[in-house]
Write a protein that binds this ligand. Structure first.
Ligand code: SIN
Length: 300
């Protein structure tokens, strides 16, 4: 067995090399990492899978460049991480009930999908732990995905603010996006993705506003402007004042990693301690991504 070694790559923080020949290179910001030395098209050996899960726990957003994966291989790798999550309100790919195609044609004028800070499906009783997103076609400009580190954002709060937030439960709902009065219900521009607007989306659920990560034990803010609609027991004005502060706080530059895509790259992120935002800026160009989710647990 080789001993772990430490190598420096230009423009990057120190690369951590595991004993299996897998290189984990933290992003410059210290949030997120790039992982090389693996072929995700084949089932991973136990030690490799453990190294991936360990890197994921430490870095929250993992980028695997150059992974030419069929849909079946994407599904198989997802299942190595955990069972599929439930993806509501979007028609999945034919023959692949657990894969969504995020497709925006060059001619499309509808807002790009995911253009608002959110943690995937946080309105579910057991929201997905992970999302995996693979780039099939990347536009020559724009189309980045931004991630905010909600654990670091929590750590940066004062002890007094942490004490205020500790007992609070935030109310989540899919209504603003997929509800009967939501943005997709009102949309007039043609969209390639088939969105299913439903009264189901108007339901609400409350989760702890600060959640504890089941693997790392770290606390993180668990709210987002897309899916968090209030705070239990508070008036809307009171909720908006606290949530407005938190949304601005957690999406400051110092907590954000801007992911730039390359063709055939797979990204795996942790929805329990991050929020993300799909940036636009690629009108006139095709962008195609394939997405799966891994089931999570009740929020505590
Ligand atoms: C999403 O919110 O899952 C979409 C992210 C992206 O397309 O960059």
């Amino acid at each position: 067995m080789r001993l772990p070694s430490l190598t420096l790559k230009p423009g990057h923080a120190a690369a951590e090399e595991t004993s299996m020949g897998i290189t984990v290179t933290p992003q410059e910001s210290g949030f997120g990492a790039q992982v090389t030395g693996l072929d995700l098209a084949a089932p991973l050996a136990g030690a490799d899978l453990a190294a991936v899960k360990d890197a994921w726990a430490r870095h929250a957003v993992l980028a695997f460049p150059d992974q030419p994966l069929s849909l079946e291989a994407l599904e198989a790798f997802t299942l190595q991480i955990g069972p599929f999550g439930i993806d509501p309100f979007i028609k999945p790919m034919p023959g692949h009930p657990n894969v969504l195609e995020l497709r925006r044609e060059a001619t499309e004028t509808a807002t790009n999908f995911g253009a608002g800070w959110h943690s995937d499906w946080s309105f579910q009783a057991e929201p997905p732990a992970a999302t995996l997103l693979r780039s099939e076609v990347t536009p020559p400009v724009g189309g980045d995905t931004l991630f905010a580190d909600c654990a670091r954002a929590y750590d940066a709060l004062s002890d007094a603010m942490k004490a205020v937030l500790a007992p609070l439960r935030a109310v989540h709902s899919a209504s603003r996006a997929y509800g009967t009065q939501g943005v997709f219900a009102k949309e007039t521009a043609k969209r390639t993705m088939e969105i299913i607007v439903s009264p189901e989306a108007d339901k609400t659920i409350a989760h702890p506003l600060v959640r504890t990560h089941p693997v790392t034990g770290r606390k993180a803010l668990y709210v987002s402007p897309v899916y968090t609609v209030g705070i239990e027991g508070m008036t809307l004005k009171e909720s908006h004042a606290i949530l407005g502060f938190l949304f601005a706080h957690m999406t400051q530059d110092e907590f954000v990693y801007r992911h730039k895509w390359a063709q055939g790259m797979l990204l795996m992120w942790d929805n329990r301690c991050t929020v993300h935002y799909a940036d636009g800026g690629y009108d006139g160009h095709l962008r195609v991504m394939h997405r799966t989710t891994v089931a999570g647990e009740a929020v505590v």
